[in-house]
Design a protein around this ligand. Structure first.
Ligand SMILES: [Fe+2]
Length: 374
């Protein structure tokens, strides 16, 4: 695992209204990092009122998008007007034409205001591996690209310790992976994600289908699945079995045309799922509990990725993928008020374990309105 801590010197950039700097980020080896692109308020602009800040965000859209597509992620820092989930919602609305629902997600979250949600409610000791949000969703005729274009995070309360949101450039991951592996994966015609979701939590870390899809109505769930082309069925206890896919393994960026490693096989796989003890805790007792509980948990809460033809992905390949992603991982410490804008295709994100407190909100965005054609 490569960890980059940042120190930097400041380079001034003057924009029309609000003075910001683009500090150069230097890693522990003294090398300049391109990820994330940091936009920091100059001291005289730090207290710019929110309404002016929002206007400035709109005015600088072209510049910002160009930087985002080059770097893959932008970190906004020291803008004191952004303090609440509502402020963050206002910022998110200036970044893209549509804020998306989290319908179909795999991590437990809570709604905060409008479509702003908590980044994850997963237990604080759990490492959430790097992933591009919802990359397992398959294109349909109605939604040729159902995955978010952007993911945003806002630090309302800085972590007591740890709790970073690591990021990694998935173009670099694509370039670094062995060609033989990439070609073999691409020849498989995509990935399928198999999921079992219970109606109620029994062990604490399950994601219920009512949370994942934002409804507790079975007929509505069936409508959502039909609309998205997801095969589904109901279990005896009212649990949902659903499959997503085939989803792409590699894709090209809509704007830059670059090839990107774009799938979550390394994460959404039974070998690293919660029932393997990862979510219970690291002790010998917790590992033993996980072994005993696994069949009971898997019976009602399960996920696993296979190739589109149903064949298994080898653990050796998954380990290769995980280690290349880890080599590209960038870590920085959250500061209160930070806003991180991520191009969800170019850059993956995760979460490190933390000491409380930690309040990070999230928003998913679409660059083109996704409302289905009438
Ligand atoms: Fe995520």
């Amino acid at each position: 695992m490569v960890v980059r801590n940042f120190c930097y010197w400041k380079v001034e950039i003057v924009t029309s209204k609000i003075a910001v700097t683009h500090p150069a980020l230097i890693d522990v080896a003294g090398k300049e990092c391109q990820l994330p692109f940091l936009i920091e308020a100059y001291p005289e602009s730090a207290d710019t009122p929110l309404s002016e800040l929002l206007d400035w965000l709109t005015e600088t859209t072209t510049w910002r998008e160009e930087r985002l597509h080059r770097a893959g992620a932008i970190l906004f820092r020291r803008f004191t007007a952004i303090r609440t989930a509502e402020d963050f919602a206002g910022v998110a609305q200036r970044m893209a034409p549509e804020i998306l629902d989290y319908a179909g997600g795999t991590t437990p979250r809570s709604a905060i205001t409008g479509k702003i949600v908590t980044s994850t409610d997963a237990p604080r000791h759990v490492v959430i591996g790097l992933h591009q949000e919802m990359s397992y969703l398959a294109p349909t005729q109605e939604f040729p690209d159902p995955t978010p274009d952007k993911v945003m995070f806002f630090c309302a309360t800085a972590p007591g310790g740890g709790g970073q949101t690591p990021i990694a450039d998935m173009r670099a991951v694509y370039r670094k992976l062995p060609r033989e592996l990439v070609e073999r994966f691409e020849s498989k015609g995509g990935l399928i994600l198999h999921r079992k979701l219970p109606t109620h939590k029994r062990y604490g870390f399950e994601v219920t289908w009512t949370t994942a899809f934002g409804t507790s109505n079975q007929a509505e769930m069936e409508r959502i699945a039909r609309k998205n082309g997801w095969p589904m069925s109901w279990g005896k206890d009212g649990g949902l079995e659903v499959t997503h896919g085939p989803s792409p393994i590699v894709r090209r960026h809509r704007v830059t045309g670059e090839k990107i490693w774009f799938n979550q096989a390394h994460l959404l796989h039974k070998s690293v799922a919660p029932w393997t003890s990862a979510w219970l805790g690291p002790s010998a007792l917790e590992r033993m509990k996980a072994r005993v509980m696994e069949p009971f948990i898997r019976d009602r809460f399960y996920y696993h990725s296979t190739f589109a033809d149903g064949s298994e992905i080898s653990e050796k390949d998954l380990d290769t993928i995980r280690s290349v992603i880890a080599e590209e991982m960038v870590l920085f410490d959250w500061q209160r008020g930070d806003v991180l804008l991520i191009d969800n295709k170019l850059v993956s994100h995760g979460r490190q374990p933390y000491s409380p407190p930690r309040t990070i909100y999230a928003a998913l965005l679409a660059d083109q309105a996704r409302r289905p054609a009438a």
